[in-house]
Design a protein around this ligand. Structure first.
Ligand SMILES: [Mn+2]
Length: 397
């Protein structure tokens, strides 16, 4: 039996411009996470570690950061196999060709600089598919030679599985049956940041440390055990994340006091609030004195969490009805639009009750149009948002 750790998308040196004020902490956390996952690999008695691309944020990551990572890897007693991904491809300026790195690699660290199969243990073959560019329309796994099924064959690639609606044609598209076609026992993928699998043998490990607020299922690495050639791999996810990225949505309908209660209660449930980055997305109406109360809440959060961003771009600060009424009176088109939105929301079971009937007098959209809207996945939420946008415009006019 062999056992190895599959990880990817470390993105060491991440710029974290979206949370710039805590960028240093975010970068340090990524190194800490690498240390933790390598320790876990040793504790779990893995034979080696595979990093399936995007070890570095880009090919410009500074030498200081490179050295920090190398010294962490050097302390790991296991062989570590690194695949260049689309963030750190094998271009002429590749970080992997930089003399300070290439000339000082710890003896246990191996970079895949070509797609040749490598026998890492007797009877265990790694088939790497390094990225040589930032974008490509070719399947990176299509370059491997035929290989014997008497060995345990593990593909390592970085790109997008060709699932309709989830990939771009120039984003290293990977055939869904790549593992089958190549007689692989396991295909270790990188690029998608959330844990994801197709069948029993093709997995994205996800990033061991989330890079943003919209990466559910990230923050782990996979421990893979394979009994022998052709045997189904056993997969175990290990939690590795250092920081917690949280996105909450809240409608201000119940008032700011209720928001404050709701937020404080949820913050108390965090085991380590100082490791949490929070984006709180608000919607609805903010009363005229709401700004000061929100500021107070923001300060309360900032004192406890690592980072807080209260997103008020969907909030209406002015009473909208009068503006909309004026607009609707002078422009029949606007009135018809409001009417359509209102009826649509009602049909979808979420009536827009805060609009006066005068504003939305009308028959609403035709049944045909309505069916079309429902078919396209249009939600009442969108109707409410459309009205807010409209109200915002009416304030500007
Ligand atoms: Mn990538």
């Amino acid at each position: 039996m062999i056992r190895f750790l599959h990880t990817a998308d470390w993105q060491i040196g991440m710029k974290a411009r979206h949370v710039a004020s805590v960028g240093d902490k975010v970068r340090a956390a990524r190194l800490q996470t690498v240390r933790r996952l390598l320790n876990a690999a040793v504790e779990e008695q893995a034979d080696f570690v595979v990093v399936a691309g995007d070890t570095f944020e880009d090919n410009q990551v500074d030498n200081r950061m490179v050295h920090k990572l190398m010294s962490i890897m050097e302390q790991c007693p296991l062989p570590i196999y690194i695949l260049p991904g689309n963030h750190d491809p094998l271009t002429p300026d590749s970080i992997y060709l930089r003399p300070t790195l290439a000339g000082n690699l710890p003896s246990n660290v191996h970079i895949f600089t070509n797609p040749d199969p490598v026998e890492v243990l007797p009877g265990v073959i790694l088939l790497p598919a390094p990225n040589f560019t930032k974008k490509s329309t070719s399947d990176p796994t299509a370059i491997w030679p035929d290989i014997s099924s008497d060995t345990i064959n593990i593909g390592v690639a970085h790109g997008s599985l060709m699932i309709e609606g989830r990939y771009q044609a120039d984003d290293f598209p990977i055939a869904l049956d790549a593992a089958e076609r190549q007689k692989l026992d396991y295909l270790a993928l990188g690029h998608w940041h959330s844990l994801f699998s197709v069948g029993q043998r093709t997995y994205y490990s996800g990033t061991p440390e989330p890079t943003g607020f919209d990466e559910p299922g990230s923050g782990c690495a996979l421990l893979i055990s394979i009994d022998g050639p052709g045997e189904e791999p056993k997969i175990e996810a290990l939690e590795t994340g250092t920081l917690k990225w949280v996105r909450w949505e809240y409608d201000l309908g119940a008032g700011i006091d209720e928001l404050r209660r709701w937020v404080k209660q949820r913050v108390e449930e965090f085991g380590k609030p100082e490791t949490v980055l929070l984006r709180l997305v608000l919607a609805g109406h903010l009363p005229s004195d709401g700004g000061a109360q929100l500021k107070e809440l923001s300060e309360w959060l900032a004192a406890r969490l690592l980072y807080v961003d209260i997103d008020t771009s969907r909030v209406l600060t002015q009473p909208i009805t009068a503006n909309l009424l004026n607009m609707a009176r002078s422009q029949p088109f606007v009135q018809a639009l409001l009417s359509d939105l209102k009826v649509t929301a009602e049909v979808l079971g979420q009536p827009l009750t805060d609009l006066p009937p005068e504003l939305t007098a009308g028959t609403g959209p035709s049944e045909e149009l309505l069916n079309e809207i429902i078919k396209k996945g249009f939600l009442a939420e969108d109707a409410a948002q459309a009205i807010r946008v409209l109200a915002g415009l009416s304030e500007e006019v």
